[in-house]
Design a protein around this ligand. Structure first.
Ligand code: KG4
Ligand code: ZN
Length: 364
């Protein structure tokens, strides 16, 4: 009792945010007292400067994110040196905002976790340099994090998912299918032989000049295509499905991008418009591209599920497909994958949209 009174006396003299931090560092349970470990996660692998603080039980104490999407939309794609500069301008602000929202001081952290690969070297460097500065200043342990592993494991924040499970990661930089056998234990089944689906959708959106359309000007290319596709008829264009002759789980999107490019050029000629103006059939093209991407992804995933089931990697009691990465926020693609999981008695799990795209929570 005396100790508690003394503690309360000290607490009363502390500023509010420090009190909150102190109280949050403990969980009071009858007869037990736990000290929660707090991890600061930092993500700068591509075009988002993000951070979050989580405790060891999975509670998100605070987070902040600065997206560079609008800038990169204007320059027509990510220019690594521009991304680096924007990360430099924002990293300190974002980390401070995160700590403030969490009510935690750097001293109260148990560790600092940061994305170290894969990603743009110049972008990764900013997060790494800033993290190591904090690590040295506050003498904290450093946890290097693999960006794709973080995407794959994010589902375990919101759902109880045991190992092994099958994961499909589809983003602007990556496209892969893997069996997650444990933390940092992945068996790769297939990957994109060229570009990632998000990159491809970004290029198509740029080629369709969607940035000039007020409704889509601030959206990422993939999101703009998804929204535009709702008004289109996919049957008006027929694109060849990539790698239909390859009996494996790899992906390819650059051939489809070239085919779409050709169609756009042809339609521009037919409609007598200049490159840069929006075609009358833009929504139909968006719908057809989205459908081709969705069915290519679904077919390769179907093959991976059948392989896993035949080889005993996925047991009937634990047949789970996790889909994550920025492109996984596309509802048309999710619904197409649902057809596959229903037909193979699998459960499809996707993190909430906010956790599908890059964020600091998945790193923490
Ligand atoms: O995971 P993410 O935030 O960053 C990377 O690691 O790449 O993914 C960003 C990618 C972008 O290419 C963006 O166009 C795409 O995800 N994306 C979408 C959607 N929202 C974002 N693609 C299709 N449909 C969406 N709704
Ligand atoms: Zn990502």
């Amino acid at each position: 009792m005396l100790t508690l009174n003394k503690t309360l006396g000290v607490l009363c003299r502390l500023p509010k945010w420090q009190i909150r931090g102190f109280l949050r560092s403990f969980t009071f349970r009858p007869g037990k007292q736990f000290l929660h470990k707090l991890v600061l996660g930092i993500e700068t692998s591509c075009d988002d400067t993000a951070a979050a603080v989580m405790d060891e039980t999975g509670n998100i104490l605070g987070e902040a994110i600065h997206s560079q999407t609008e800038v990169h939309l204007k320059t027509g794609g990510i220019i690594p040196s521009v991304a680096q500069q924007l990360h430099r301008e924002n990293i300190e602000k974002i980390v401070k905002k995160t700590l403030c929202a969490s009510g935690v001081t750097p001293n109260e952290l148990s560790a600092i976790a940061t994305t170290v690969k894969p990603g743009l070297a110049l972008s990764l460097g900013v997060g790494l340099e800033y993290s190591l500065q904090l690590v040295n200043q506050y003498k904290k342990p450093f946890i290097p994090v693999h960006h794709m592993e973080a995407h794959a494991l994010t589902i375990r924040i919101t759902n109880k998912v045991d190992f092994p499970f099958l994961v499909l990661l589809v983003s602007g930089g990556h496209c892969l299918l893997a069996i997650v056998q444990g933390i940092s234990d992945f068996l790769l089944l297939g990957k994109s032989l060229d570009i990632a689906p998000g990159d491809m959708l970004d290029k198509v959106a740029r080629r369709l000049s969607l940035i000039k359309h007020p409704a889509y000007s601030t959206m990422s290319g993939g999101k703009a295509i998804e929204h535009l596709a709702k008004q289109g008829n996919r049957l008006h264009f027929d694109f060849q499905h990539p790698l239909h002759y390859c009996r494996n789980c790899d992906f390819s999107f650059s051939g489809l991008q070239t085919a779409v490019d050709k169609i756009i050029t042809q339609k521009e000629k037919e409609e007598g418009i200049e490159e840069g103006q929006i075609l009358s059939c833009a929504a139909d093209i968006a719908a057809a591209v989205q459908h081709t991407v969705a069915s290519h992804i679904a077919k390769r995933t179907h093959r991976a599920i059948l392989f896993c089931q035949q080889r005993g990697f996925l047991t009937p009691s634990n047949a789970i497909l996790v889909v994550s990465g920025g492109v996984a926020s596309n509802l048309y693609i999710r619904r197409t994958l649902e057809i596959v999981t229903r037909a193979t008695n699998c459960v499809l799990l996707c993190p909430p949209v906010k956790l599908c795209t890059d964020n600091g929570i998945m790193i923490a």
